[in-house]
Ligand binder design. Sequence first.
Ligand code: ASP
Length: 342
Amino acid sequence: MNKTALFTCWLLSLCFCLSLQAEESPIAIVIHGGAGTIEKSKLSPKQEQAYRDKLTEAVNTGYAVLDKGGSSLDAVTAAIQVLENSPLFNAGRGAVYTYDGQHELDASIMDGRTRQAGAVAGVRRIANPISLARMVMEDSPFVMLAGEGAEDFAQARGVALVDNRSFDTEQRLQQLHKAREKLQEELQRDGDYRAAVGSLPPALKMGTVGAVALDKRGDLAAGTSTGGMTAKRYGRIGDSPVIGAGTFADNRSCAVSATGHGEYFIRYGVAADICARVQYQNKSVGQAADEVINQVLLPVGGTGGVIVLDTGGDIAMVFNTKGMYRGSRTARQPTRVEIFKK
Ligand code: ASP
């Protein structure tokens, strides 16, 4: 080959590479660490800083995966693991207590390319439920495994089981004591367990972590992990492991992770409803999330929030509570972390 032909080849391959690069999607990650009565006056500056630092670490961990060309599923898993490993958030290490003093964890993950999904519910001995949810998705023909069945599945795949007591923290124990007292008072008043649970203040009962991400190939993913609600009855499963309620991802619409009073999020199919509005009504992620959280859920008493992301890299973080631990980073905007309502 002569020099001109060689040069032409080199130029053509350079153009090809540049055009491939130009087609890369604008990467983005959004995370949350739960919604509820989070007020500035209730957090010391030191506590607030600790939350901000951990949220920043989770955002940047997920973003680094995307930046290196990793998948949105890997980014979501990595960001959620950071939050699960921290005692600050109600997931993994910092999980709340059931009424009888145990920890029962739920998680789910969904792949926007294929609508493949995996979930685990009511697991007691899994340190990182999000990773097990992913194994269920990738390594089993099922979508959801619960309790002992999920733990046996984990063990068979080499996941070490941990003691349920390893999720114990003093802060969550205090919350359980307060929640139990409040429940007793309410039960004595009118004897209705449902009313009693409903009367628990959000600060006592809520929390969850989640992430949504968009990778360079334009693929979305969403994941959610939680200890559920403080003083929940054993065996109670919330929205977090329910695909379409607490988690949803589809490249044709958007990716959603929710946090809030799970029973409402299940009954109103919150995550899937938001994506349906994006897909069929051409709504922006911000508008769709605002409609579902503020116009559908709020009037019926459903409190909480969502993070949402679409394939164009547009994001929304919407909640109807006083605050939501949240953070984001996109190709267009550096790491941002917020806690309170603006
Ligand atoms: N959605 C979770 C549940 O109901 C709790 C939360 O997000 O605060 O289990």
